[in-house]
Design a binder for this molecule. Structure first.
Ligand code: ADP
Ligand code: MG
Length: 324
């Protein structure tokens, strides 16, 4: 009989932690390929995101939260396209077989997967530095995907949820900001367990003219919409939705966190002013808060204004892994 201290082999651990019965996937874990069966006529939306220890997450994160986040950041990309999650694959590299880690990680991962009907269809497992790479597959009717390229001058600009807490948590971990216990825990959850806005993305099909999810900072990601759509925008910085914890911080830090924080996984999107009612109805259907934060214009630039309409100078760019 193997004792509990006998480390599992590769195939045992795949069987124990990553093999689940599948319903919407035609063939899941166990063969050379998985077989996906999208509904007839649907386009497949595909996206990959990789998480590397020390780069995308701290070694202090609980395994369950890491499992959640690894999938959440991928589902966020499907949300930004208005795609319905179907399946995902998991490529996992880890230094050793650690049951405590695998048990928590797989629980966090599969709980979120179940919540979105997104089935684990396959993957790869190897020894090495802790790295997680997930590829998600979603379904979207042809022509209905939300793209970065559809924003037009005059459109309203919106963001879901609230932004900046993940960055505030990072600053607290770094020791540059001191937060009380409850406040620290609150922003830490925003950083470690983001909720992908899948329902909102689906509800915005046919309403939003463009969309992106905020992973690298609101202004930087909005910049991608502006570039792809060949438009400018003015963001009213005082309208940016933020938590009470962040709102209690100095204004300069609030702006840094909301405008350039990153790791928010909220949706930034645009819609014609004539669809404002439809946007709010979609937000209600998705039970997700949505805030208008500015307007698309034809200036070709990204400008900021405060509540009095005064221009706010800024130096914020997008997070770039090779420049920071
Ligand atoms: P191959 O060597 O043919 O690529 P593997 O030995 O890597 O196959 O994987 C065996 C089976 O287990 C495959 O179906 C693969 O998709 C699945 N698999 C491997 N690692 C994982 C994982 N981390 N999560 C889910 N499925 C996995
Ligand atoms: Mg393989």
């Amino acid at each position: 009989m193997p004792t509990t201290s006998t480390p599992l082999g590769e195939f045992d651990l795949i069987g124990k932690y990553f093999t689940r019965p599948v319903q919407r996937v035609a063939l899941g874990v166990g063969d050379d390929c998985a077989l996906l069966q999208p509904a007839p006529g649907m386009q497949l939306a595909v996206s990959s995101d990789m998480l590397v220890e020390g780069r995308h997450f701290l070694s202090t994160v609980a395994p369950e939260r890491l499992g959640h986040k690894a999938l959440a950041v991928n589902l966020s990309d499907l949300a930004a396209c208005g795609a319905r999650p179907l399946a995902f694959t998991l490529a996992l590299s880890m230094p050793r077989v650690d049951d405590r880690f695998l048990e928590g990680f797989s629980r966090g991962l599969l709980t979120l997967a179940d919540a979105h009907g997104c089935e684990l269809a396959g993957g790869d497992t190897t020894q090495g530095a802790l790295t997680l790479c997930i590829t998600v597959f979603g379904e979207v009717p042809p022509g209905q995907a939300l793209l970065r390229s559809g924003a037009r001058a005059g459109d309203d600009l919106y963001v879901s949820g609230q932004v900046g807490d993940a960055r505030l948590a990072l600053e607290a971990f770094r020791g540059t900001v001191a937060l009380g216990g409850d406040h620290f825990e609150q922003v830490r959850v925003a950083m470690e367990q983001p909720q992908p806005r899948v329902a909102l993305g689906l509800a915005l099909r046919g309403i939003a003219s463009s969309a992106i999810d905020v992973s690298d900072g609101l202004l930087g990601d909005l910049g991608h919409i502006l570039q792809r759509s060949q438009v400018g925008a003015c963001v009213e910085v005082d309208l940016l939705p933020r938590s009470d914890v962040l709102a209690a911080q100095p204004l300069a830090l609030q702006r840094e966190c909301t405008l350039a924080g990153g790791d928010d996984y909220e949706l930034v999107f645009t819609a014609p002013a004539s669809k404002a009612d439809a946007v709010h109805a979609a937000a209600k259907r998705a039970a997700t808060r949505v805030t208008r934060i500015g307007r698309i214009d034809d200036s070709g630039r990204l400008t900021l204004a405060d509540a009095r309409g005064q221009a706010v100078p800024h130096h914020f760019g997008s997070f770039d892994h090779f420049k920071s």
